[in-house]
Design a protein around this ligand. Structure first.
Ligand code: ZN
Ligand code: FE
Ligand code: FE
Length: 294
């Protein structure tokens, strides 16, 4: 089966989805992920249907299956905190908007960070998250929510199989709730990724591997159990190239989309550059090259 691999790409006001697909092709990728607008603001531009149509033509010509394309919801959404009711309702409304935009663009899957248990216990946070998801799903159609496996930074909910399972159990529409794994987050939460099959055994027993819709692939700047969530380029962090490629080529994850969210090279400088073309090439060839320092 062909490897399904891509990265986070941009989605701009002017070029819309067409720009996202063109960027994807420039990385020799066959899938992609994007945010439908700013990650830290509520402002959203209307979707340009002409650009969306052109983008789908280009996707079909290049064998990009829309089922493998992932939309990421903005970080502003926090469904765990219900103490500040206006913020909670804002989060539900924003999630509904993003579910609708995902559907309007022709895609099925929206990744969501479950939330941060501010002003409440983890148990209450889990309850609030499930309630918010139920409301958003009841007011929308078709689009799935993919709960991201988190690093456990601060009060983050969803940094273990058990916490994700507890949320999923409380969701009414079970056919619309899935999981998005993230290698950096798993490492930082305390998972030994050299033993990925042990993790997958537990995941399969408690949730089911068929519930894993996609995997974010990032190296981590920090050691296992650090609860930091700082992504590193593939092979430049504490997880390492070999462990990451072993996950990507694990038979049990075959056919699922893998998405890079690794940092740009020379990030805060004029010559900032996306690392994705090189990282995808290395992963396809299963061979690390020190492309950053070359
Ligand atoms: Zn995420
Ligand atoms: Fe992620
Ligand atoms: Fe992250």
């Amino acid at each position: 089966m062909e490897l399904i691999i891509g990265s986070n790409v941009s989605f701009t006001k002017d070029k819309g989805l067409l720009g996202s697909v063109e960027e994807t092709l420039s990385y020799n990728a066959n899938t992609f992920m994007f945010y439908t607008g700013s990650n830290r603001s509520r402002a959203r531009n209307p979707i340009n249907s002409d650009k969306t149509y052109e983008a789908f033509k280009l996707m079909i010509e290049n064998n990009i299956n829309p089922k493998n394309v992932i939309v990421h919801s903005p970080f502003l959404i926090n469904l765990a905190n219900k103490k500040e009711l206006s913020k909670y309702n804002f989060s539900i409304d924003f999630l509904i908007t993003e579910l609708e935009r995902t559907k309007e663009l022709g895609f099925d899957n929206l990744v969501l960070h479950p939330g941060s248990a501010i002003n409440c216990t983890k148990e209450e946070g889990i309850e609030n998250i499930a309630e918010g998801i139920n409301e958003a799903l009841s007011k929308t159609e078709d689009t799935n929510i993919l709960l991201e496996y988190m690093s456990g930074k601060g009060n983050e909910v969803g940094s273990s199989i058990d916490e994700l399972k507890q949320i999923i159990e409380k969701v009414n529409q079970k056919d619309r709730i899935y999981v998005c794994l993230d290698t950096c987050h798993m490492n930082d939460s305390g998972i030994d990724l050299t033993k990925i099959d042990d993790f997958l055994d537990e995941f399969d027993e408690k949730i089911g591997i068929d519930k894993i819709k996609c995997i974010h692939i990032n190296d981590s700047l920090n050691e296992i159990s650090s609860h930091k969530d700082r992504h590193a380029n593939i092979g430049y962090g504490k997880i390492g190239f070999e462990t990451i490629t072993n996950i990507i080529y694990n038979k049990r994850l075959e056919g699922k989309p893998f998405l890079l969210e690794t940092p740009f090279i020379n990030r805060n400088m004029n010559n900032a550059k996306a690392p994705y073309k090189e990282e995808i090439k290395m992963i396809r060839e299963k061979k690390f090259t020190d492309f950053i320092n070359q």
